[in-house]
Design a binder for this molecule. Structure first.
Ligand SMILES: Nc1nc2c(ncn2[C@@H]2O[C@H](COP(=O)(O)OP(=O)(O)OP(=O)(O)O)[C@@H](O)[C@H]2O)c(=O)[nH]1
Ligand SMILES: [Mg+2]
Length: 335
């Protein structure tokens, strides 16, 4: 017996999708992402077959993560930077992780991603992806969606996530360069900003540095420089703190040059870093898949209401209830 998974069968439909996607057909790209995001069992094997066909064509894009609190200006910023990149001849894909409610599955972004120009340009691809409340705001299949975009020929892939603490970790775990956008006057925010998040950041951008808030933005940048210096003094890359405004265009060229500098800095370590990321993603996927199957198991579902009630009333500890659920699940899979 060998430890490697059997290669999934590639049906004609998947092959057709691969060919059309590689030929640059946008509808094929949209369909491919829908397939990799699908939670249906029947789609999963096809999604894997698709990804395996695409994998040799991935890895060449610059993977950029952009995070920040709601309303800090992420989408407007990506629209402005993305537009410049198109003019330089790049092809830009944006995956905007939509912080939809895990309970209703409803989307608060809807069609309004604030990236209208990019969304309507043939050289760009903008896609809101539902997070489904998973992994702190990163969709369970965001990494796969990113690979699909790379195989479709996009050489810059930008992932927008709302900063909620966990999501910064998730986005930095699948990208090369992680940019944190902060608002002017965020000095107090810095106290609340988890140290862990600042440790992940490659570039800090104080956004909306325009009009009456310009001076305040410069002050905020000063605070972040001090904090960053303390945190990163032992590292080879010291995250620059930049001022920018998507409204006036200020700082956007410098930002992009800084992204390129970071990419150059990372180049000798890139393969190793991406290898580690893929390895971590495997475990993330294992956890996700196990929990998904556990929830789908009828025996587990039958026991759940009683167990939950016992845990709420303190009759059973959460630890014991968890053990019982897992044991029943495993018993069921054995038979
Ligand atoms: N003055 C100024 N306002 C900006 C700038 N960039 C964005 N805004 C405004 O800030 C608000 C929020 O912008 P978005 O781009 O939607 O922010 P976001 O971070 O993507 O928001 P969510 O996706 O909801 O978290 C909008 O009203 C923008 O017009 C800027 O550079 N300067
Ligand atoms: Mg947004």
């Amino acid at each position: 017996m060998t430890a490697s998974a059997p290669p999934p069968a590639v049906d004609d439909d998947v092959m057709d999708l691969v060919l059309r996607l590689r030929a640059g057909e946008r509808r094929a790209l949209a369909r491919a992402i829908t397939l990799v995001e699908s939670q249906r069992d029947t789609d999963q094997l096809r999604a894997m077959a698709l990804l395996e066909q695409l994998l040799p064509h991935t890895g060449k894009a610059l993977r950029l993560g952009i995070s920040g609190t709601p309303g800090v200006g992420k989408s407007t910023f990506i629209e402005a930077v993305g537009w410049r990149l198109l003019e330089q001849g790049h092809r830009v894909a944006v995956l905007a992780v939509d912080p939809s409610s895990p309970t209703t599955g409803g989307s608060i972004l809807g069609d309004k991603t604030r990236m209208e120009r990019l969304a309507h340009d043939d050289r760009a691809f903008v896609r809101p992806t539902p997070s489904g409340g998973a992994l702190g705001g990163i969709a369970t299949r965001t990494r796969e969606a990113m690979l699909v975009c790379e195989a479709a020929g996009y050489d810059v892939v930008i992932i927008e996530t709302v900063g909620v603490g966990q999501s910064e970790h998730a986005v930095s775990a699948i990208t090369d360069t992680f940019v944190l956008l902060v608002a002017p006057g965020g000095g107090d925010d810095l106290q609340g900003q988890k140290r862990g998040v600042l440790e992940l950041v490659d570039i800090v951008v104080v956004n909306k540095a325009d009009g009456p808030r310009e001076a305040e933005a410069a002050d905020t940048a000063g605070h972040y420089r001090i904090a960053g210096h303390l945190l990163h003094h032992h590292k080879s890359w010291h995250p620059p703190v930049l001022l920018a405004s998507a409204a006036t265009g200020k700082g956007l060229d410098v930002l992009w040059q800084t992204v390129l500098d970071h990419t150059a800095h990372l180049a000798p370590m890139l393969d190793e870093r991406r290898g580690q990321q893929a390895e971590r993603w495997l475990w993330t996927s294992v956890e996700h898949e196990l929990v998904r199957r556990l929830h789908a198991a009828p025996d587990v579902n039958a026991r759940l209401p009683g167990l939950l009630a016992d845990v709420r009333r303190g009759k059973t500890s959460p630890g014991r209830a968890a053990l019982s659920l897992v044991e029943h699940f495993l018993d069921q899979t054995r038979t």
